[in-house]
Unconditional design. Structure first.
Length: 99
């Protein structure tokens, strides 16, 4: 319960519907992300990370979800080339495009 306003938002049908919709979009996005990852992995022959990224233990999966600057820093040249024609899709962009 939000004490400041005396409103119990946990029982709000509107809030519950919004969260259900958000979860649905998030699940769809996860499938899109997995497809983008597989396509990039195929296109690059599995060479998604720079040598330094591998040494630091950075996962290739994290490049698809993190900030653009971080992704560009640790992505292999092959992955950067792939992203030129198959751009990374952030959740914010996916959500906006779906609404």
């Amino acid at each position: 319960m939000d004490i400041r306003k005396g409103v119990d938002i946990s029982s709000s049908l509107i809030i519950r519907a919004a969260f259900d919709q958000w979860r649905e979009v998030r699940e769809e996005y996860q499938l899109v992300l997995e497809a983008h990852y597989r396509a990039a992995d195929d296109a690059t022959g599995g060479n998604l990370l720079t040598r330094d990224a591998r040494k630091r233990g950075i996962t290739s999966w994290s490049l698809f979800m993190g900030q653009e600057s971080r992704a560009q820093k640790w992505a292999s040249e092959e992955l950067k080339y792939h992203w030129q024609s198959h751009p990374r899709v952030t959740f914010a962009a996916y959500e906006k495009g779906r609404m």
